[in-house]
Design a protein around this ligand. Structure first.
Ligand SMILES: NC(=O)c1ccc[n+]([C@@H]2O[C@H](COP(=O)([O-])OP(=O)(O)OC[C@H]3O[C@@H](n4cnc5c(N)ncnc54)[C@H](OP(=O)(O)O)[C@@H]3O)[C@@H](O)[C@H]2O)c1
Length: 349
């Protein structure tokens, strides 16, 4: 690509927004030209408005960018949305109407029948919904959403098994990192020496989103799959990286070696196309009995791979395994950037 595409980040001062800024500051296709946040931050230079979470300095070139309100008219062809769901819905619609391509992390439009809920390796064909979306709404631009951080890694890890053996039912227990709760997150006094056995709305999202992601594309939208999912979600005191204990019921019998082989050799369209944020190996299998662990394994593939371990028979369903994914990279900013790369590669920008 000779000229980089100008892009903006909405919610740039938050937890996911800062990951967007970090990843985009060194992106070969995209140039970050605008940062937007709330009234609290608007008008200040980004470097002054943000409470920066990374050890390195705020990237040069972004530090002095003025924070603006998230309103159409700001520079950029693609906008990455890391806004809270309460505001994201209308704001994202405004941008799509005005002709921008919106790649969102918020849940506001995830279940709209004409909006792709995309994991780039899993359901790239769902990008065909964009045509329906534009027709339905009369927009020049469009919205593509990414899944909830705990759903994305689950669906990616199970995709090779779904394709080869079929997936009928899943029981998943999550241990979710603090960064998943946003910058203000969970009060220290609530989480230190503790595990919180409830994350509002999370179990419902985990049970619903895979049905759309694994759904069949039809002229009217997505026909959801009937897979049954039971999720138990917990907040734990890790910083980044959601660990999930997964039991899965397959449609056909599978041997352990076949499962390992299917996971390790899985490649999707982003790998075929060589997209800049696509990890070479989307799923990495560890054989040690005590892996994956959030602190040791979350950076694999630059945070874009999921790591699977402890693959063993399940006496209730068929197979058990541990799945780890970097929630703010693969499950949020990195995933949304990969989705946008796919949109560009498909000639939709
Ligand atoms: N954290 C994760 O792992 C994760 C994963 C997947 C999806 N998501 C989703 O991504 C979105 C962002 O999450 P987060 O964890 O980054 O949240 P966060 O840390 O609370 O950040 C929220 C951002 O939105 C801005 N904002 C808040 N209210 C606004 C308003 N009324 N108008 C304009 N901007 C406003 C904030 O700006 P100020 O700093 O100026 O207040 C901040 O930049 C949410 O929809 C979340 O559900 C998060």
């Amino acid at each position: 690509m000779r000229e980089r595409i100008p892009v903006a980040v909405l919610g740039a001062t938050g937890m996911v927004g800062q990951w967007f800024v970090r990843l985009l500051s060194r992106h070969p296709w995209f140039e970050l030209v605008a940062v937007a946040a709330s009234e609290r931050s608007a008008g200040k230079p980004y470097g002054k408005a943000v409470r920066w979470i990374f050890p390195e300095e705020v990237p040069e070139g972004v530090r002095e960018l003025p924070v603006v309100p998230p309103e159409p008219g700001i520079p950029g062809k693609i906008v990455f949305s890391a806004l809270p769901a309460a505001v994201a819905g209308q704001v994202e619609e405004g941008f799509a109407r005005a002709g921008y391509v919106v790649s969102s992390n918020a849940r506001s439009h995830r279940y709209d029948p004409d909006v792709p809920l995309l994991v780039a390796e899993v359901n790239p064909d769902h990008l065909e919904l964009i045509e329906l979306q534009r027709r339905n709404r009369g927009w020049k631009g469009f919205i593509v959403t990414g899944g909830n951080c705990s759903t994305v890694q689950l669906v990616l890890a199970l995709e090779p098994l779904r394709r080869r053996f079929g997936v009928e039912a899943v029981v998943v227990t999550t241990m979710q990192a603090l960064s998943g709760a946003g910058f203000s997150g969970v009060p220290g006094n609530a989480i230190l020496d503790n595990v919180l056995p409830h994350i509002p709305g999370e179990e419902e999202k985990m049970a619903r989103e895979p049905k759309k992601m694994w759904g069949k594309l039809t002229p009217e939208g997505i026909e959801e799959t009937g897979v049954r999912i039971s999720a138990h979600c917990h907040r734990v005191a890790t910083r980044d990286g959601h660990l999930e204990a997964v039991s899965v019921k397959l449609s056909r019998p599978a041997a352990r070696e076949e499962i390992v082989e299917a996971l390790e050799n899985f490649r999707g369209l982003p790998q075929e196309l060589g997209l800049p944020s696509a990890p070479k190996q989307p799923i990495v299998v560890r054989s040690e009995p005590d892996r994956p662990q959030p602190r040791l394994d979350r950076e694999v593939g630059g945070g874009m791979s999921v790591v699977v371990g402890r693959i063993r028979p399940c006496p209730v369903l068929d197979w058990r395994m541990e799945v780890l994914g970097h929630n703010t990279v693969r499950g949020a900013a990195g995933g949304a950037i990969l989705n946008a790369e796919l949109v560009v590669a498909k000639g939709l920008v």
